[in-house]
Design a protein around this ligand. Structure first.
Ligand code: NAD
Length: 292
């Protein structure tokens, strides 16, 4: 029976680290150094609005000041980009996030490219030629912390990532490569997915397809991290058949209670880090680990 990777408990630890770090910044430099986050959301999408409200509450609990900017859905691309440029230039603004998805008349690619990397709290602008000391996208950063915390070594191991999106699969693969894993990335056009997943020492699944990974697709003793979030009959479910796979794997993360809380916690970590960098305090000054 696999060891359960408890993302809920680990996220509490990460949030406590952020709170301590934020207070250390204020103690050292005064209240104006308190980390902040500007969250932009299109008001017509209730899911996005509730996600942003949740992120704003997370900020408050961690000693980070949130500012929520709600935009009418008719806001033009030009108006949104002008707002981002103003926020990029505003010295008082440290971290910027624009909740996805945006309406179809706005180019997501252009939007994400426009947010200054120094203020990109989602970490989407992390570079492929970066290293483990750089800020990373929240979900891959949260997954790496889960692996570290449970003593799951990736160097020299075969890590298989299912999914190649720009916000999860690709940056996840990059993070694993930086840590000396041998990485295979599978996607919707991969033929015979099981032949790859069965080779994985560490299997990370981010496909958005409930129950995609079954026990017969997993090697004995593997570590399985389920990033997927799917709603099945009104309930949140991952991409991994938890019951079956937990009989075979050595480690498994559940959904809910796995990667989701860690992604939220790492958004706060990234905000603290951007703030520390802005004020010339290195990661260690705010109690961060080497890759934060
Ligand atoms: P996406 O739709 O952009 O990408 C999905 C990827 O999975 C694609 O690259 C696609 O090629 C691949 N894929 C789809 N079906 C497949 C199949 N049958 N076999 C192999 N590959 C397949 O999604 P995303 O933004 O990367 O998110 C992936 C999943 O992770 C979603 O369920 C999303 O809700 C979830 N997610 C969770 C968190 C979290 O914090 N837990 C964060 C981000 C995304």
């Amino acid at each position: 029976m696999a060891v359960l990777i408890n993302g809920t408990e680990l996220a509490k630890k990460v949030k406590a680290e952020v709170r301590l770090g934020a207070e250390a910044m204020v103690e050292a430099l005064g209240e104006e150094a308190r980390p902040d986050m500007t969250l932009i959301v299109f008001e017509g999408d209730p899911v996005s609005r509730s996600l942003v409200a949740m992120k704003a509450r997370d900020c408050e609990a961690a000693g980070i000041v949130p500012t929520v900017v709600e935009l009418p859905d008719e806001t033009t691309e030009e108006e949104l980009f002008a707002l981002i440029e103003r926020l990029n230039a505003d010295e008082k603004v440290t971290a910027i996030l624009c909740q996805l998805p945006v309406p179809p008349h706005v180019s997501t690619k252009k939007l994400l490219n426009l947010i200054s990397p120094e203020k990109d709290v989602d970490g989407f602008s992390a570079r492929l030629d970066g290293d483990i000391t750089d800020l990373a996208a929240c979900t891959p950063a949260g997954v790496i912390r889960m692996l570290d915390e449970y003593g799951i070594e990736v160097a020299g191991k075969h890590c298989v990532v299912v999914g190649r999106s720009n916000i999860v699969g690709k940056p996840m693969a990059a993070q694993l490569l930086m840590r000396d894993a041998t990485v295979t990335v599978c996607h919707s056009k991969t033929r015979d997915l099981a032949s790859f997943t069965r080779q994985a020492d560490v299997l990370i699944v981010a496909a958005g397809h409930a129950g995609l990974i079954t026990a017969d697709m997993v090697k004995d003793g593997a570590a399985v991290i389920d990033v997927g979030m799917n709603y099945v009959e009104g309930r949140l479910a991952g991409d991994v058949d938890f019951e079956g796979v937990s009989q075979k794997a050595a480690f498994i993360s559940p959904v809910p209670g796995g990667v989701g809380p860690m992604t939220r916690a790492y958004l706060l970590k990234n905000a603290l880090r951007l703030s520390a960098e802005k004020h010339g305090m290195g990661g260690t000054a705010v109690g961060s680990r080497p890759n934060e």
